[in-house]
Design a protein around this ligand. Structure first.
Ligand SMILES: N=C(N)NCC[C@H]1O[C@@H](n2cnc3c(N)ncnc32)[C@H](O)[C@@H]1O
Length: 428
């Protein structure tokens, strides 16, 4: 790792203090501990800066740093102007609930038939058992799940909890659809509102990209512990994160191959920048084709929503062992999730919502993690390794995904095994 990089646009070195630990991946990223003082030499992008620590240099995530000496200023400012604290809110609630106060995200979720019909199927197939039950719909948004409960079953009451300003409209929708006798809307964070009673059923649509992004799941666990009576039911009851090694040839050509000969010119000096800009972070809303899968997929993480604890969310690790089924190019890994809704009725069928490539597409689609370099693989090659979801200690809705993999080639032509590791910020 060089002490500085000539080709970065240099700035007058500035001293920054790190807010938390960071473990860099690959030779380009610089690891540090919370409280370290770094010297920032260049800021090539808003997310990744070129910095030096004790004579060693590398890329660091800008969101993990604050200017040295800014702490005193922040304390002074905080006293003067409360509004600024929203910038320091580790949950970014103002931005997060602000985004759910507009229709865009609700339209996207409601337009997702696979998602919304799955929840309707859960209510419909358990309607008899929901009779006279107390239901909590956590993060109800426009209230669609609560309205399904009132329309398709006879619960005694549904507490529809929504923290964003959408709650005002949710009340109107409940009245407009004649459900005000059954559904009561509570505006506020589920962790903070007071409900009149314990609940028999806690239902929520909390899943984010790669299952956990946004970490709304923490709110569900806190509500479970506070409001779900013993023996109550939580929907989804369990969740699985699935991974598969894949080809991503069109994406690779679009973002990296493009620079080979655009208009007959050699633009390859831009490829390191393209790599940094397009392959450093995961690609959300990726649509993997069935033929892109190099192996059978594998469930790498399984969550039991009855036993999962908030502290477990800090670090979740999974293992995988894949056997390549056909020759191809290993560009990266694709991830998706499935959630399961156990039946309230003994022996009743479990409803599942699968966001993978072999199910009806959903608004989440899949998440693509591109390797630094594509690897040609043959049938019979083994790809084993681990995935680690590490929650951001500062920005509580964010995490990093670290993949370690080992390729054992089945044929003699290529060198025996290749080992790789890469950490992806999502998004901090
Ligand atoms: N990824 C998702 N499924 N997001 C759905 C999030 C919906 O739940 C709402 N929401 C998220 N967290 C909470 C919470 N702790 N309390 C109440 N509503 C919440 C949010 O405003 C939006 O309407």
């Amino acid at each position: 790792m060089q002490a500085d990089k000539e080709d970065e646009e240099d700035v007058c070195p500035e001293e920054f203090v790190t807010l938390c630990d960071f473990t860099g991946s690959g030779s380009e990223q610089l690891s540090f501990s919370s409280g370290d003082k770094l010297l920032v030499h260049a800021k090539p992008t808003s997310e990744w800066w070129w910095a030096e620590l004790r004579g060693v240099a590398g890329y660091v995530p800008a969101s993990y740093l604050r200017p040295d000496g800014a702490e005193e200023e922040e304390e002074e400012e905080e006293d003067e102007d409360e509004e600024d604290t929203s910038l320091l809110d580790p949950w970014q609630d103002e931005e997060y609930f602000g985004s759910y106060g507009t229709l865009k995200l609700h339209l996207e979720m409601l337009s997702d038939k696979s998602r919304t019909e799955a929840y309707r199927q859960v209510i419909r197939s358990n309607s008899a058992s929901l009779t006279n039950k107390v239901v909590m719909d956590l993060g109800c948004g426009t209230g669609i799940i609560s309205l399904f409960c009132a329309q398709l079953a006879q619960p005694s009451v549904v507490y529809a909890v929504e923290a964003s300003s959408m709650a005002e409209y949710t009340r109107q929708l409940v009245k407009q659809n004649g459900c005000e006798e059954v559904v009561t809307v509570f505006q506020g964070r589920a962790e903070e509102i007071e409900l009149p009673d314990q609940v028999d059923v806690l239902v929520s649509e909390w899943m984010g990209n790669c299952l956990l992004f946004e970490f709304m799941v923490e709110s569900v666990l806190l509500a479970r512990d506070r409001w779900l009576r013993d023996g109550g039911v939580i929907w989804p009851s369990s969740a699985a994160l699935t991974l598969v090694p894949c080809q991503a040839d069109s994406y690779y050509r679009e973002k990296m191959g493009f620079w080979e000969r655009p208009y007959g010119l050699d633009f390859t000096p831009l490829q390191p920048l393209a790599h940094q800009e397009f392959f450093t972070k995961p690609k959300f809303s990726h649509l993997i084709e069935h033929n892109d899968c190099l192996t059978a997929p594998c469930d790498v993480i399984c969550l039991n929503m009855y036993t999962l604890q908030v502290k477990d969310l800090e670090e979740i690790k999974g293992q995988f062992h894949f056997c390549v089924e056909k020759p191809g190019v290993f560009h990266g890994f694709t991830a998706w999730f499935t959630v399961f809704f156990e039946s309230l009725e003994a022996g009743g069928a479990t409803v599942e919502l699968n966001t993978g490539p072999n199910s009806e597409p959903t608004h989440w689609k899949q998440t693509l993690f591109m390797l630094d370099r594509p690897v040609r693989v043959c049938a019979g090659d083994l790809i084993g390794g681990t995935i680690l979801l590490r929650r951001n200690p500062v920005w509580r809705r964010h995490m990093t995904v670290t993949l370690h993999w080992n390729i054992n080639c089945s044929t003699e032509e290529t060198d025996h095994s290749q080992v790789g590791t890469k950490t992806f910020p999502m998004w901090r």
